[in-house]
Design a binder for this molecule. Sequence first.
Ligand code: CMP
Length: 166
Amino acid sequence: MSKDSSPKTTRTAVLVKPDGLQRGLIGEIISRFERKGLKLVGVKMVSMTDAQLTEWYHEHKDKPFFGDLKEFMASLPVVAMVWEGIDAVPVVRKLIGTTSGREAEAGSIRGDFGMSKQYNLIHASSSAEDAKREIEILFNVDELFSYRSALETVIYAEEELKLLEE
Ligand code: CMP
């Protein structure tokens, strides 16, 4: 749920990390989000710069693994996506699972495909504020798209559909 606990339509940033790319999990991950009922509103493959990674992971800047994390994330391109839906931020966090693949719930992406805390395949925004910041780091406004999903009337109930228009 959102911080104020009322459901609302939000966008969230997702990165498939270099290990997810190497593992051939791009299609599987996109498919899981699509099947859930989330809407893809932006996607691109990108080599993140050191400046972008420093900004992206600013909350970890004093952690001992900060340098290794940035080096790993710059070692190959990532697949960056923006997904939209009601409460998309917490919904996507649930789909990806907790940080360590060894501890993540079975059925989540990390829980089903990961064995590592460092190489945990995927990143997703942890809050609406983080989502806004992260989306701005990687996407220009003209790389994000607003459109009606043909499936939304079977994914959401009438009351919920009103939230998509707000
Ligand atoms: P994520 O939660 O997306 O964002 C921070 C990332 O730091 C995390 O995924 C892991 O990829 C990485 N990470 C977390 N803990 C460690 C650790 N102990 N050593 C190295 N990397 C870590």
